[in-house]
Design a protein around this ligand. Sequence first.
Ligand code: NGO
Length: 531
Amino acid sequence: MGIGGKARRVRGAALALLLAGTTAVAVGAASPAQATPETSLRQIVPAPVKVTPRPGVSYSLTANARIQTQPGSPDARKVGEYAAELLRPATGYRLPVSSGVTPRGVTLLLVGADPKVGKEGYQLDVTPWGVVIRARAAAGLFAGVQTLRQLLPAKIEAKTKQSGPWTVPGGSVLDYPRFGHRGAMLDVARHFFSVDEVKRYVDQIAAYKVNYLHLHLADDQGWRIEIKSWPRLATYGGSIEVGGGKGGYYTQEQYKSLVTYAGSRGITVIPEIDMPGHTNAALASYAELNCDGVAPPLYDGTEVGFSSLCIDKPITYRFVDDVLRELAALTPGPFLHIGGDEAHSTTEPDFKTFMDKVLPLVKKHGKLALGWHEFVKTNPATSAVAQYWGTDTEDADVAAAAARGNKVLLSPASKAYLDMKYDENTELGLDWAGYTDVQDAYDWNPGAYLKGVPESAVRGVEAPLWTETLDESSDVEQMAFPRLPAIAELGWSPQSTHDWTDFSKRLAAQGPRWQAAGVNYYASPQVPWGN
Ligand code: NGO
């Protein structure tokens, strides 16, 4: 049997779309009925590089829609499966995933994208027949899926079946990130967070195109990762948390599952073992790591700066070497974070001695070093990245490092620290860097924030979340939302889109999404929710 007239017309239209991009008018194909979308291409967070709405055009996802992915690409297929998992619960549709290129339903292609999109960007086109996302790598398809998600009605985030229609506004998006590093940090040392709690956060940050998760795995109050050559670190050093609660740690198997899960969400994990300070949990676990050979007790308070590894003992470097070796083996990403902050109990010369010995160990295990910015005083190799966490817009050591060629990751505490209180009424959090409401978190330019650190020296931004006062996912969410999306937008969107009023409106449109997903966000009075 030959191709019937209608099928042939549709296939012809599909071909025209593929050949000419979506500017082609699909002559001869009857358009499906156009529904009025609830959402707009102008409300995406982070703001895309270029948005071209096509008023009057829309696409509605229906029960028989399929998700097609680039033939021959297992990576595209995985993004397709992920998209299906995202969209199935609320729609209740089957959304089968198959390889194919027909621009009907949702199609994820690795051909035909503008080279400008690079590795992480994408083009998204919504026509009456479907949504086509084109990218040059799976990461770009993943980012495009996050955009598509925000173009569907807010109830798409619900975990149970809702009634449609599932209409997406017509038009196109061209999008790619300003910075290659858009990070979030979770401190699992002060309070322990289970694998499932961390996965929940991974899902939440992935929605805003965050591509790195930094895990603060060890501090005075707890050691949270199994190290097979030094087992007491986790079993004893991880046994409590701030306030004296039970604590916990990840076995290497659990940690690997977390890293794999994050990877499936386009996120690279950066493990941090803070040193030489912030090490009481390690010192308590092994007496021989202490200069006097006496193990201090476990610590469940929130003071900082009182602990230090013993700089002169050879065993210190055997210990660090073992830890970094095991950690590197668990880390597919390029970085190991070695802390280096607030070494108030280590003299300056000792600090330098320590870093001069430890930085080569990072390299020996095939990784690049990231550290809190204090460590640039020791003149590390230019491959080392400095994470700035100060509150000033000037830091001579960091500017000098940038001039030497070190890249800087920006987490200024008064802007990017998600553990700062929003205002004097915020129950959770700290206030040492001042109150940080949503506009404070948003209104700064990473490319021109630190004197002597031009945009070319900036690797990106990270929003750290320290957990001295935070104990469970709902606490994490209260502090991270809506500020995490603000930092994510600074990392992704071009500076030309920077506009608080516009951002606050786009943020307001996220509120119903968080409600549908059960995210415990803070309804800051600065954001025009529900207007
Ligand atoms: C500082 C300190 C952390 C605290 C945090 C609280 C850095 C890099 N060291 O940031 O130990 O938890 O503030 O905001």
